[in-house]
Write a protein that binds this ligand. Structure first.
Ligand code: DGY
Length: 325
């Protein structure tokens, strides 16, 4: 019987690639940059499986071009807003993602961002490298205390919960807002469930861990930023479009909030000419919250196994559309 054909849209860990190669003929896109749309469409024609990244748009056009034999779409990320999941479901195609394995790594990174912005770490480091450290001064690089402050978590899913748990060591109060109330966490850990306005008004740190969909697009814009404390720090490790970037720029520049720290931007990558990059009170890193050796290795392995299971007609380890079964 002919081996299935798959397209893998970027280099992943070699062990994961070997897993796939042992059962399928692999067409690997080796470039660091994503395949251009026309190339992606050309390369998926006739494949049985696709292993993709959040930079690849997987929509009805792609599924039509791939053809009716397409059995599985396996994304190497927990988020999957680049994939038209209802469309895949309507075609009976299971879609996989890589949840859980990145939860702690991403929560750690959200804290790294929070602390960097609060204590002006990247700004201070830039000053040192530029030869601007001339003396110790009582008024230099004053930031915000994390210890004892109030943390507001918007999106109390797996990652949001882990971010909140880490606040314990800093003796912080935790407020949260989510479509689902977690009374278990309130009883066990003392978190307070509040509406978004209360969270924005009372939090010293606001950290975003929502999915991106129509209801969360520009969830934080001019109106919401105006409700925050003038010293507040906003952290976004979810998806760039959850925050309105122009409103954020204005708020940071005009002292409406104190600082921001972004793992994700809109667009991605952020252009070098983007005004946010001119601001000292905005920390920006290139969407690396899950980027530890261990976690990216596990994400590769799960994405490979999801792909293989889909090719074999078996249930994916982590389907995002279990209703296909
Ligand atoms: C995800 O998995 O969705 C992250 O944004 C990348 O790790």
């Amino acid at each position: 019987m002919a081996r299935p054909r798959v397209f893998v849209s970027r280099q992943i860990f070699p062990e994961a690639l070997e897993m796939i190669s042992s059962v399928a003929d692999v067409d690997l896109w080796e470039s660091e940059m994503p395949p251009p749309r026309d190339v992606l469409l050309k390369r998926v024609r006739g494949v049985d499986g696709l292993l993709c990244l959040l930079t690849d748009k997987v929509d009805s056009e792609l599924m039509d071009t791939a053809g009716p034999q397409l059995k599985v779409v396996s994304q190497i990320a927990v988020g999957f807003d680049n994939i038209d999941v209802p469309e895949a479901t309507s075609r009976g195609i299971p879609v996989g993602n890589t949840p859980d394995v990145l939860t702690h790594t991403t929560a750690d990174a959200a804290w790294a961002l929070m602390m960097a912005a609060a204590r002006r770490i990247t700004e201070g480091e830039r000053a040192v490298r530029a030869g601007q450290w001339r003396t110790w001064h009582p008024l230099h690089f004053l930031g915000q205390d994390i210890y004892g402050a109030t943390l507001g978590v918007i999106g109390m899913g797996r990652i949001g919960i882990e971010v909140a748990k880490r606040a314990r060591g800093f003796e912080m109060q935790v407020l949260y807002d989510d479509v689902y109330r977690r009374e278990d966490l309130e009883a066990e850990l003392g978190y307070r469930y509040v509406d978004q306005d209360t969270l924005l008004a009372e939090s010293d740190f606001v950290t975003l861990h929502t999915v991106l969909d129509d209801s969360t697009h520009h969830l934080i814009g001019e109106v919401e930023l105006a409700k925050m404390k003038p010293t507040a720090v906003l952290v976004n490790a979810s998806r760039g479009p959850v925050v309105d970037p122009e409103a954020l720029y204005d708020a940071l520049r005009n002292g409406v909030i104190g600082a921001a720290a972004l793992d994700v931007t809109d667009p991605e990558p952020i252009p070098a000419s983007d005004p946010l990059l001119t601001l000292d009170n905005c920390v920006i890193v290139p969407h690396i919250a899950s980027a530890s050796v261990k976690t990216r290795g596990e994400m590769s392995r799960i994405a490979a196994q999801n792909l293989i299971n889909g090719l074999n007609g078996e249930r994916l380890l982590t389907p995002v559309n279990p209703e296909v079964y």
